[in-house]
Design a protein around this ligand. Structure first.
Ligand code: NAD
Length: 264
């Protein structure tokens, strides 16, 4: 353990269970001395998030559905009331209709396109706006993305388009808020078995492919994403903003994949 986050407070959005990437990040931050608040989607998740938060010495739990701006406003009003200001925010939220995370991108419906963009892209901008108002002495904002934004991945479809927009928004937010000392970055995580990932068609195959073809010849863990988040959210990352840090065992640098894939 270390003291990299001693005296720092922040909000973790997107914890669903102990497989969540948000859990890997929260664990590293708490071990480094951060004080954490958690937002969860819907009352049903509270009984799972509560005990996890308690493990990290937090009793600060807030319900928030990011598709509802009144709910987002209420979340930040509660944080302002209890803490006044924050030092960091983690956005580990994405959603799309799983019926469209298989088959062809070209068949995406307008309704699901708009919902996917709203929950997976606009929500980050919406929470950055409100978090920035609580960061008078600067801060650090972080979201999660995937390589399917940069290159075509099987079944990722509309989420790939959404992640491309999310990655662009990270750069615009970095520029807007850099002058007031707020950094904004993304982590592009390799495939990790989580609830959200289980909605993607043939996800196990994608994990196997990543394991066989990445330079490190393995997949990454929630803990490794957490360690990278600790860098970006702590003073170690003070010179880094607008970045998309790949924590993917190096998969994104490989041009010629070595393994022959059967058709999927
Ligand atoms: P997860 O299912 O554990 O987390 C997704 C979270 O999004 C859940 O907590 C869910 O409650 C929340 N969410 C969905 N809709 C919401 C809404 N309307 N309001 C509030 N919260 C909402 O899965 P995860 O894999 O940990 O996902 C976290 C982030 O990491 C996502 O952005 C995902 O795209 C990204 N990511 C995941 C992988 C992977 O392989 N698992 C790889 C790269 C990036």
């Amino acid at each position: 353990s270390n003291n990299l986050m001693a005296g720092k407070r922040g909000l973790i959005m997107g914890l669903a269970n102990d497989k969540s990437i948000a859990w890997g990040i929260a664990t590293q931050l708490a071990e480094a001395g951060a004080e954490l608040a958690f937002s969860y989607q819907g009352e049903a998740l509270k009984k799972r998030v509560g005990p996890l938060a308690a493990q990290l010495r937090s009793d600060f739990l807030l319900e928030c559905d990011v598709s509802d701006m009144a709910s987002v406003d209420a979340l930040f009003a509660e944080i302002e009331k209890r803490w006044g200001k924050i030092d960091f925010l983690v956005h580990a939220i994405g959603f799309s209709d799983k019926a469209e995370l298989r088959g062809r991108y070209v068949d995406t419906s307008r309704d699901n396109f708009m919902m996917t963009m709203d929950i997976s892209v606009y929500s980050f901008t919406a929470v950055c706006q409100r978090a920035a108002a609580l960061m008078p002495e600067g801060g650090s904002l972080l979201t999660l993305t995937y390589y399917g934004a940069e290159q075509v991945m099987p079944h990722y479809n509309v989420m790939g388009v959404a992640k491309a927009a999310l990655e662009a928004s990270v750069k615009y937010i970095a520029e807007d808020l850099g002058k007031v000392g707020i950094r904004c970055n993304a982590i592009s995580a390799g495939p990790i078995k989580t609830l959200a990932a289980s909605g993607i068609g043939d996800f196990r195959y994608i994990m196997k492919w990543n394991e066989l073809n990445s330079p490190l010849r393995r997949n990454v863990t929630q803990e490794e994403v957490g360690k990278a988040a600790l860098y970006l959210l702590s003073d170690l990352g003070s010179g880094t903003t607008g970045e998309n840090l790949h924590v993917d065992a190096g998969y994104h640098v490989v041009g010629m994949k070595a393994v022959d894939a059967p058709d999927i």
